[in-house]
Design a protein around this ligand. Structure first.
Ligand code: ATP
Ligand code: MG
Length: 433
């Protein structure tokens, strides 16, 4: 077949022309003489108007009886329509049914979240997931752009590993022939090896954590972006982090106006997140603020979601909380030069109660200290001997951070649960579809 289809997003370029569109029927309404078909093709949405004045009775009958999610090829003339939210409509000449659709389960009535995620393979076709996945796509593209423009090399960390830097309790085991192995919780240690080879690197891949908690922010499989920079101290790393986040928000503002509108996201709120610098607050100061507000927290506690929300509510932008207690952070974080109880770290907390989106730190450079810390964490130094090599052969100051892709999407898209931010979420109760 030689037919060529016009994408719905390109219709404005064909004003007044007759085009062929390959699409699916989202919804339909109409009367005896006119039918309105809502079409989608993955690039956009448009209303097709089928009028008995323009088409024969047979074509009108097709339109009248067509069912939700039937696939169709429609030919019609592109016409501007300022009343339509998409600006254009299609005045239909003919309709050809490609694939029937009977008893499509996700009807226009309200469905519960469980039902929708049980049908995620179909639910992806609907407006809200569409808008969120387009925003996800922009954030992925903007990530590559940012790191490319700032001289980073992407290196891919392995997914099957023998190490457990984020703690041994949240691992998914896999059998690696005769050996025990795990799905990767983080690519960071490998990123450090990369930084010693290429200066500035980032990893971007799936990570796995067997978290048994049912929160709005935890997935068991999520995508993480982990930059690592040689000859970079923490302050410079924080500047890169805030520039990176601002670039993501700006990219979504530039490319996803219609999607943000579908999601009712407040653009003025988002615009504030492009203004730099972001505020910085030490962990000590955060504890003081929390205690002054009668939170039941002691110095040394890690923050849960209520504490993070309280802290971020003090600001209109993301806020860095710096220098956490050593005891609650990973073994590789650099000791503070003047204090033994904190590390040179920072978590970036998103506003509006979205919680931690970045965890980062300067990395310790000392072989003996790291070996000791590995043992203290109950880990086997043998498993980390390759990592310790990085401190044996030309150790340099370096810093890095990890950003959870879905946390950022959830925040920028203004969603209330992280499962919305990934095509096929893996949560405590869901590994299907
Ligand atoms: P949290 O305290 O929220 O569990 P964490 O301290 O375990 O986070 P890190 O180990 O620092 O997180 O991971 C870096 C980033 O990865 C986090 O800032 C967050 O954006 C993201 N992240 C961590 N765990 C998850 C998860 N289970 N699901 C989705 N994103 C996650
Ligand atoms: Mg965690």
């Amino acid at each position: 077949m030689s037919e060529k289809f016009t994408k719905i997003k390109d219709l404005p370029m064909h004003d007044g022309e007759e085009v062929l569109v390959g699409a699916w029927i989202r919804q339909k309404r109409g009367s005896k003489k006119i039918a309105f078909l809502q079409l989608r093709d993955g690039s956009g949405f448009v209303q097709a108007v089928v009028s008995l004045d323009e088409v024969d009775q047979a074509t009108f009958n097709i339109a009248e009886h067509i069912k939700q999610e039937t696939s169709v090829v429609v030919s019609g003339v592109v016409q501007e329509n300022s009343r339509d939210s998409f600006g254009y409509e299609l005045s239909v000449k003919s309709i050809q049914i490609i694939g029937e659709s009977n008893d499509y389960p996700i009807t226009p009535k309200d469905h519960g979240t469980d039902f929708l995620f049980e049908h995620r393979h179909l639910y992806l076709r609907h407006l809200k997931p569409y808008a969120i996945m387009k925003i996800r796509n922009t954030i992925i593209k903007a990530t590559y752009d940012f790191f490319w423009n700032n001289g980073f090399t992407k290196i891919d960390a392995p997914i099957i590993t023998s190490s457990a830097p984020e703690g041994t309790s949240e691992l998914f085991p896999v059998k690696y022939f005769e050996q025990d192995a795990y799905l990767s919780q983080t690519g960071q240690l490998y990123a450090e090896a990369g930084a010693m080879a290429f200066g500035r690197v980032f990893t971007f891949g799936p990570t796995f954590r067997a978290e048994k908690s049912k929160t709005r922010r935890h997935l068991n499989e999520f995508w993480m972006i982990e930059p690592e920079m040689a000859y970079t101290h923490q302050e410079e790393s924080l500047e890169i982090q805030e520039k990176y986040i601002a670039s993501l928000v700006q990219a979504v503002l530039d490319n996803n106006q219609s999607e943000l509108k579908m999601l009712d996201r407040d653009l003025d709120v988002l615009k504030k997140y492009t203004i730099l610098p972001y505020p910085r607050l030490s962990y000590d100061q955060a504890i003081e603020k929390l205690q002054a507000a009668n939170f039941d927290v002691q110095w040394g506690d890690d923050f849960g979601s209520p504490e993070e929300t309280f802290i971020s509510d003090q600001f209109e932008q993301p806020v860095f909380v710096t220098n956490y207690p050593k005891a609650v952070k990973a073994f590789y974080m650099k000791r503070h030069p003047d204090r033994d109880d904190v590390v040179i770290s920072a978590d970036l907390l998103a506003p509006e109660g979205y919680g931690e989106i970045i965890g980062g730190s300067e990395r310790d450079t000392d072989f003996n200290y790291l070996e000791k810390r590995i043992k203290e964490q109950g880990l086997n130094p043998q498993d980390y001997s390759w990592y310790l090599d990085l401190r044996k052969y030309g150790s340099v100051p370096h810093s890095g951070f990890g950003l959870g892709l879905e946390r950022v999407i959830t925040w920028i898209a203004g969603q209330d649960h992280i499962r919305e931010a990934i095509p096929f979420p893996r949560t405590l109760n869901r590994i299907w579809p």
